[in-house]
Design a protein around this ligand. Structure first.
Ligand code: SAH
Length: 355
């Protein structure tokens, strides 16, 4: 890989790319031509851009990297959920997950190396925060998934490592690149941003005029428990968060999905289900229940299936649309951050560097 010395070409928006080529004295059609090689043919070699003059290809190759990320390791079966350990130019790594369902292929991408938010049951925060991903590294994960799957992913979810709203600009730029009509053409409605509840991010997204889906991770219906599970709640407590969600829904006319990881004996009682239903009552909301995936360093467990059923029933009776995520990834450590942790513990992160 080209490491840090070159700019990731996949991190340029269509207009930035057009401006960069214009600055090199190239005609306007050239930018569109190369953009197609990047996102329609998805080549990983300058020489493959046959209709681009060799002198220009050489010039571009001197400043830009065509390989934003690389595939280091894959876990799981080709027919089921697959998890990829993704190597970055500076030797760091993140994870992405490919989740097939019927004729859909959802790709779960990371937005940061590590995470600052330290939710107690999440592996991503356990090794702390390292750095933000660049837009090109997020677009690169989607291109890698495209290659691995052999087709265009149908859905992209920013539910890998990191807090997307802690890297707001780069995430939004990556989404605009993925969304480009003459490029990858992944519809905004097929892209989901998941936040732990960073209110300024929710407010900013409402003003973007972009049709992406928003998920908010709740995990508890009251401040006491949410403070314990998610330190972010001390900064953005539930009342303020729910008010921000109401403003988002009113301003965008979009529905929010609330994620709620079910942890046996911690947040899965009937009373908590009722409290959650009351909390969500003012909103048109969906709830996605996620049985806890076991994580090193956290003792909790997923509840028994009949407890999850009771929880679903209470929410449904309150008129809330509920889904229970099948815990497919458990066996392959699909709760993000775990494959990377294993890799870091084995001391192999440095070795993955720039070779
Ligand atoms: N920072 C974003 C994205 C995180 S990952 C956010 O907090 O929303 C997506 C979801 O998986 C979040 O709801 C997160 O809390 C949840 N999650 C993390 N670790 C988990 C685990 N071990 N089991 C079940 N869900 C988990």
């Amino acid at each position: 890989m080209d490491g840090k010395t070159k700019t990731l070409i996949h991190g340029l928006s269509a207009s930035e790319f057009a401006a960069a080529l214009a600055a090199l004295g190239e005609p306007a059609f050239r930018a569109k031509q190369i953009w197609k090689w990047l996102y329609v043919q998805r080549v990983d070699d300058w020489a493959a851009m046959r209709n681009v003059p060799a002198t220009l290809r050489e010039k571009l190759a001197g400043s830009y990297s065509l390989e934003p990320v690389r595939r280091l390791e894959v876990d799981g079966e080709a027919t089921g959920t697959r998890k990829i350990l993704v190597g970055l130019g500076d030797g760091e790594c993140v994870e992405e997950v490919l989740i097939p369902a019927g004729d859909r292929m959802t790709v779960c991408v990371s937005s940061q190396v590590g995470c600052r938010f330290a939710c107690v049951f999440c592996a991503s925060g356990k090794s702390g925060f390292v750095r933000n991903l660049e837009s090109g590294e997020m677009v690169g994960q989607v291109l890698l998934a495209f290659r691995e799957h052999g087709d265009r992913p149908s859905n992209i979810v920013f539910m890998g490592m990191g807090e997307p709203f802690d890297n707001y600009e780069a995430v939004l730029k990556a989404i605009r690149i993925l969304n480009d009509q003459e490029g990858l053409l992944i519809g905004a409605r097929h892209i989901t941003i998941s936040t732990s509840g960073v209110i300024p991010g929710i407010e900013r997204l409402a003003g973007e005029g972009i049709q992406v889906e928003l998920s908010v991770s709740l995990h508890a219906p009251d401040n006491d428990l949410r403070d314990q599970l998610m330190p972010v709640n001390r900064r953005y407590p539930l009342k303020d968060l729910m008010e921000a969600c109401q403003r988002y829904v009113a301003g965008t006319r979009r529905i929010i999905t609330f994620e709620y990881t079910l942890i046996g004996g911690v947040n899965d009682s009937r009373r908590q289900a009722e409290a959650l239903a009351r909390l969500l009552k003012p909103l048109p909301a969906r709830v996605n229940l996620i049985p806890l995936s076991p994580v090193d360093g956290y003792l909790g467990e997923a509840p028994a299936p009949q407890v999850a059923d009771m929880f679903i029933q209470v929410l449904e009776q309150a008129g809330i649309n509920v889904t229970l995520r099948a815990s497919k990834g458990g066996e392959i450590e699909a709760a993000c951050g775990q494959l990377r942790r294993r890799h870091v513990k084995a001391g192999s992160v440095g070795e993955a560097a720039g070779s």
